[in-house]
Ligand binder design. Structure first.
Ligand code: PEP
Ligand code: MG
Length: 921
C-alpha cells in the first residue's frame, strides 16, 4: 500500500490516528502536518469556520529532498484531496465557469522565517480570471487578483524579485496620476496584467503557466525547496532546529478579504503579547488581502474597532478566539479574513510573547481555570524568570544599534543584566569616577581580588579572558552585576587605556560609552535604552514561584558571602546559604591588609596578631549573615583560593624592584618591596589551581582556618544569645583524601567546642566537605565517615574531571569545541559539515555523562555509608535549569546558586519534579 502523504484538514485527526495506530497528541500532529497544518486540522475538527483545505506532510518533503521527485502516490493523493475540496465548495480547479482558487503555504513544525511564505489566488489564468469577474461581479477585482498572483508566483515560486513588478505598477500609477492601487483604472489593471506576463516571458523564456495543475505542482516543489533556502538553513543553525524535519505544504480554498466594504483581513493575539493582559490585540484592514496588512499600504484598524464596523462578525470572532484558547490552553496568534460578511479563520498558532506576558498569561489562565497550577508552573521558561530579574535593553534599541553597526563584539554571557557606562580600565580609577557619579563599565584583561572594589562600583564588567567560572563571572553573578567575560573579540591594552575590536580595528578609549548585555554576551558602542521592573512589584511572578515551591522537592539555597547578598537572596526565596565564600569577606581593603600581614608574618606572634586583626571582620559579616538567614542553615566555606591572590602580582613587583634598584636604591620602599617579592617568589606555583589552596592552605597555614572557625562560632553563639535561630555548617574545601578532612575537622571541631564553652551557649552544628576533586567522589564512602554533609563544587569538579582550566579553557579552545570545527566537507545541500567536540559548555551545564557519573556514584556511596548525609551542589551549575533537572534526578537535597538565580532555580526545580513525577510515581 502506498504511504499516506496528503490529509484533508477535516478528517486529518482521525486519519492520522488510523495511520499511527493511536490518537496523536498536538506535537505528533505538528511533526507530520507542521504547525500551520495541525492548526487547520484542529480548527476544522472543532467546527470553526475554516475554508476547506488539505495538508501534504513533512514526511513527503523529507522524501522529496532525498530524490528531487514527489514520493510515489503523493501527486495522486493531492489530486484526490483537491477533488474533495471541489466537492465541498461546489467549484472546480481550472474550471472556466466556476473556478476553485487556492492558497499554497509552507508550514514546518515550528514557525521558521526564511521559508517560502504564501502564494495566493493560485489557479488563475485568463479564463478563470474572467469567471472570477463574473462571480464577484467585479472585473477590476479579478484583474487585481490576477496581477497579484503573477507577482507572487514569479517572486516566491520562481525567484523573480517582486520589485520588477512593483516598478511597473508604480509607473502606471504615475501615468494615471493616482497615488493608491485601488485608484488605478480598470484599463490600467488590464494593461498591467499584460505587462506582467510579458515580463515573465522575457525573464524565463516561456509563458506564464496557465495550467492550474502545473501552477500547483511548481508551487508545492517551491515550498519543499524553500526548506533548504539559505535563510532557512541559517535560522535552523542558529536555533538548533534539525535540518531533516522538512516542511509541510498547506493548500487552502481562497477566500477574499478584498471584495468590498464587508470584507477585510486581520491578525490578532488572544492576549496582549507585551503585557499578557487579557484582551484581543491586533489589527484589521478593511477591503484587503493579507499581504496588504504586511505591506503597510493603509493604516489598519485596531481589532477592537471591528466591533463598530461589523459587530456581528466581531462577536463571532471573540467567541472563536476564546474557543481556540480553551482548546489550546495557551495564547493564540490568529489570522482571519472576512469575505462579504462571513468570517473565515486561516491560521492559529501559539503566540510569541515577552517574559512578562508569559508569566501574566500563565497566572491568569490558571485563575480562569484554563490551566492547573502545575501547568502554569510548566508554562513559564526559567530563562524568562531570569529576564524579569535584571534590567534589560529595549529590544528595539538593540536592533537599531545592530543595524548601525554598533555591535562591537560578543563574549560569554557570564552574568545577566544590561549595563551602560564609560569605559574604565583600572579599578581604582573606577572607584574615583564612580564617586563623582559616573556610570562605569570596568574593562580588564581578566579580574583578580584587587579589582573587586572597582567592580562593585561599576555598572558592568567586561573581560577579554576567562570563562563562566572565572573570577569576574563568579563575583559579578554574586553581586548582580552584568558581566561579559572571555570576550576574545577584543584586545585590551591597559597601558594605553584602550581596547581594540580585533575584527574591525575599531578602538574604544577610556571615557567612551559602551553598553554590555550580560545575558547574551553582546558589547555595543554607545548608550542603549534600558528597562527594568523591581522583583517586589511583580506580584504574578512572586505567586507563580510560590506555586513552584509547593511542588518542588529540591531545596534552593544561595551562594552569598555578605549580609546584604544574604538578605536579597532571602527575599528571592532562598532557604539557606549553600556556600559562603569567606575569602570574599576580605574584599574590604582593611581586611585585605590583615591577610597580607598574616602571609608576610615571620613569627608566630606576628601571625597571630594578623589573625586577630582579621577576626573581627569575619565575625561581623557572619553575624550579619546569620541574622539575614534566621532559622535557616548557613554553610561557611573555609578559605579556598591560593594565598598569592592576596598579594601584588609577581611581574609588577619585579618591575618595581628593578626600577627602584636602578633609579632610587636608597628608597625606604625598596626593602619592603624586596621582601614582598621574596615572599611572592616563595609562594609562586606553576599551577596554582592545583596547588596550595583549599584545605591544603588551611592545613599548611596554621591558625588561619582556626581563626575563621572561631569567628564563625562566636558569631553563631552571640546571635543565638540574641534569640536568632542559627544553623551553622562548616565546609572544608578541596578535599581529595579522607585524611585531609580528618585532620582539619578534628582541629576545627575543637575550636568550635572551645568557643561554645567560652560563650556559655551550645549551638547545633555540622561539619562537611565539598566534593570537587574526582578522587573525593570516588572515595565518597570513606569521606562520608567524617562528613555530615557533602556539597558538590562542580566548578572545580568539572575542571579536574575534564582537565580543562576553568580560567583559560573557554578563551583558548572550549568555545570552539562547542561551536564546532569545519571538517572541509559539505553535505548534500552544500552546507559545511561541522564537527562539535562538545554539545554544551560543561562549565555552564553539568556534563551528565562524565562529571555526572562521578556525582551519581558519590551520592550512592556516600549515602550507603551515611544514610542521612545531606547532599547539595554549590558550583555554578546549581543555577542552571538543565543541571538542576539532573540534580533532582540524582536525588540531591538542594541546589545553591547566586541570589539572582534563586527564583530561576525555584521554578526549574519545580519543573524537574513535575517532569519526572510520572516516572517516579
Ligand atoms: C566549585 O568549585 O564548584 C565551587 C563552588 O568553589 P569555587 O568556585 O569557589 O572554587
Ligand atoms: Mg571550588
Amino acid at each position: 500500500m502506498t504511504r499516506k502523504w496528503v490529509y484533508l484538514s477535516r478528517s486529518a485527526g482521525e486519519e492520522l490516528t488510523e495511520t499511527l495506530g493511536h490518537k496523536p497528541d498536538l506535537s505528533e500532529m505538528k511533526n507530520i502536518f507542521g504547525g500551520k497544518g495541525a492548526g487547520l486540522a484542529d480548527m476544522t475538527g472543532a467546527g470553526l469556520p475554516v475554508p476547506p483545505s488539505f495538508t501534504i506532510t513533512t514526511e513527503a518533503c523529507v522524501e522529496y529532498m532525498k530524490t528531487g521527485e514527489f514520493p510515489p502516490g503523493m501527486w495522486e493523493q493531492t489530486l484526490k484531496a483537491l477533488k474533495e475540496i471541489e466537492r465541498r465548495t461546489g467549484r472546480r480547479f481550472g474550471d472556466p465557469e466556476n473556478p476553485l482558487l487556492v492558497s499554497v503555504r509552507s508550514g514546518a513544525r515550528v514557525s521558521m522565517p526564511g521559508m517560502m511564505d504564501t502564494v495566493l489566488n493560485l489557479g488563475l489564468n485568463d479564463e478563470t480570471r474572467a469567471s472570477l469577474a463574473q462571480l464577484t461581479d467585479n472585473e477590476w477585482f479579478s484583474y487585481d487578483a490576477y496581477r497579484r498572483f503573477i507577482t507572487m508566483f514569479s517572486d516566491i515560486v520562481m525567484g523573480l524579485d517582486r520589485e520588477h513588478f512593483e516598478k511597473l505598477l508604480g509607473e502606471l500609477k504615475k501615468k494615471e496620476g493616482v497615488k493608491t492601487d485601488p485608484e488605478v483604472s480598470l484599463e490600467g489593471m488590464k494593461g498591467l496584467v499584460g505587462q506582467y506576463k510579458a515580463l515573465y516571458r522575457e525573464h524565463f523564456g516561456q509563458d506564464f503557466p496557465t495550467d492550474p495543475y502545473k501552477q500547483l505542482e511548481l508551487a508545492i516543489k517551491a515550498v519543499f525547496a524553500s526548506w533548504n533556502g539559505a535563510r532557512a538553513i541559517a535560522y535552523r543553525e542558529f536555533n538548533k532546529i534539525p535540518h531533516d524535519w522538512g516542511t509541510a505544504v498547506n493548500v487552502c480554498t481562497m477566500v477574499f478579504g478584498n471584495l468590498g466594504e464587508r470584507s477585510g483581513t486581520g491578525v490578532a493575539f488572544t492576549r496582549d503579547p507585551a503585557t499578557g493582559e487579557r484582551r484581543l490585540y491586533g489589527e484589521y484592514l478593511e477591503n484587503a488581502q493579507g499581504e496588504d496588512v504586511v505591506a503597510g499600504i493603509r493604516t489598519p484598524l485596531k481589532i477592537a474597532q471591528l466591533q463598530e464596523v461589523m459587530p456581528d462578525i466581531y462577536e463571532q470572532f471573540v467567541r472563536v478566539t476564546q474557543q481556540l484558547e480553551h482548546h489550546y490552553r495557551d495564547v493564540q496568534d490568529v489570522e482571519f479574513t472576512v469575505e462579504r460578511g462571513k468570517l473565515w479563520m486561516l491560521q492559529t498558532r501559539t503566540g510569541k510573547r515577552t517574559a512578562a506576558a508569559a508569566v501574566k498569561a500563565a497566572m491568569d489562565m490558571a485563575r480562569e481555570g484554563l490551566l492547573t497550577r502545575e501547568e502554569a508552573v510548566m508554562r513559564v521558561k526559567p530563562e524568562e524568570v531570569d529576564q524579569l530579574l535584571h534590567p534589560f535593553f529595549d529590544p528595539q534599541a538593540k536592533l537599531s544599534a545592530e543595524k548601525r553597526g554598533d555591535l562591537l563584539a560578543e563574549g560569554l554571557d557570564a552574568s545577566p543584566g544590561a549595563g551602560t557606562g564609560i569605559v574604565i580600565f583600572d579599578a581604582d580609577r573606577a572607584i574615583e569616577l564612580a564617586g563623582q557619579g559616573q556610570a562605569i563599565i570596568l574593562v580588564r584583561p581578566e579580574t583578580s581580588p584587587d579589582d573587586v572594589p572597582g567592580m562593585l562600583v561599576s555598572k558592568g564588567v567586561l573581560t577579554q579572558h576567562g570563562g563562566m567560572t572565572s573570577h569576574a563571572a563568579v563575583v559579578a553573578r554574586g553581586n548582580n552585576l552584568p558581566c561579559v567575560a572571555g570576550c576574545e573579540d577584543i584586545s585590551v591594552d591597559v597601558e594605553r587605556n584602550q581596547f581594540t575590536v580585533k575584527a574591525t580595528g575599531r578602538v574604544v578609549e577610556e571615557g567612551d560609552v559602551i553598553s554590555i548585555d550580560g545575558g547574551t554576551g553582546e558589547v555595543f558602542w554607545g548608550a542603549l535604552n534600558t528597562l527594568e521592573v523591581e522583583y517586589e512589584e511583580q506580584q504574578d511572578l512572586i505567586e507563580l514561584l510560590s506555586w513552584a515551591d509547593e511542588v518542588r522537592t529540591l531545596g534552593v539555597r544561595t551562594n552569598a558571602d555578605l549580609p546584604r547578598d544574604a538578605r536579597r537572596a532571602r527575599q528571592f526565596g532562598a532557604e539557606g546559604i549553600g556556600l559562603c565564600r569567606t575569602e570574599h569577606m576580605f574584599f574590604d581593603p582593611r581586611a585585605r591588609d590583615a591577610v597580607v600581614h598574616m602571609i608576610m608574618a615571620e613569627t608566630d606572634e606576628e601571625r597571630h596578631a594578623a589573625l586577630d586583626e582579621m577576626l573581627p571582620f569575619q565575625e561581623q559579616d557572619f553575624e550579619g549573615v546569620f541574622e539575614a538567614m534566621d532559622g535557616l542553615p548557613v554553610i561557611m566555606r573555609l578559605i579556598d583560593p591560593p594565598m598569592h591572590e592576596f598579594l601584588p602580582a609577581r611581574e609588577e613587583l619585579i618591575e618595581e624592584v628593578t626600577r627602584l634598584r636602578c633609579t632610587d636604591p636608597g628608597s625606604p620602599e625598596l626593602p619592603k618591596k624586596e621582601k614582598m617579592l621574596q615572599v611572592v617568589n616563595s609562594m609562586w606555583e606553576v599551577n596554582p589551581m592545583m596547588g596550595l589552596r583549599g584545605c591544603r592552605a588551611g592545613i599548611m597555614y596554621r591558625g588561619l582556618t582556626e581563626m575563621q572557625t572561631r569567628a564563625y562560632f562566636q558569631a553563631a553563639c552571640r546571635c543565638a544569645r540574641r534569640g536568632i535561630k542559627v544553623v551553622p555548617e562548616v565546609m572544608i574545601p578541596l578535599v581529595g583524601h579522607v585524611n585531609e578532612l580528618r585532620l582539619e575537622r578534628e582541629k576545627l571541631e575543637t575550636v568550635a567546642k572551645q568557643v561554645m564553652k567560652e560563650e556559655g551557649i551550645e549551638v547545633e552544628y555540622m561539619f562537611g566537605t565539598m566534593i570537587e576533586i574526582p578522587r573525593a567522589a570516588l572515595t565518597a564512602g570513606e569521606i562520608a565517615q567524617y562528613a555530615d554533609f557533602f556539597s558538590f563544587g562542580t566548578n572545580d569538579l568539572t575542571q579536574m574531571t575534564f582537565g580543562y582550566s576553568r580560567d583559560d579553557a573557554e578563551g583558548k579552545f572550549l568555545i570552539k569545541y562547542v561551536d564546532g570545527f569545519d571538517t572541509g566537507e559539505v553535505d548534500t545541500e552544500g552546507r559545511p559539515v561541522l564537527f562539535k567536540i562538545l554539545e554544551v559548555n560543561p562549565f555552564q551545564t553539568l556534563d551528565e555523562v562524565g562529571v555526572g557519573r562521578l556525582v551519581e556514584l558519590c551520592v550512592k556511596e556516600g549515602r550507603e555509608a551515611k544514610p542521612d548525609l545531606e547532599i547539595g551542589i554549590c558550583g555554578e551549575h546549581g543555577g542552571d535549569p538543565a543541571s538542576i533537572d539532573f540534580c533532582h534526578r540524582v536525588g540531591l537535597d538542594y541546589v545553591s546558586c547566586s541570589p539572582f538565580r534563586v527564583p530561576v532555580a525555584r521554578l526549574a526545580a519545580a519543573q524537574a519534579t513535575l517532569r519526572h513525577a510520572s516516572a517516579e510515581g
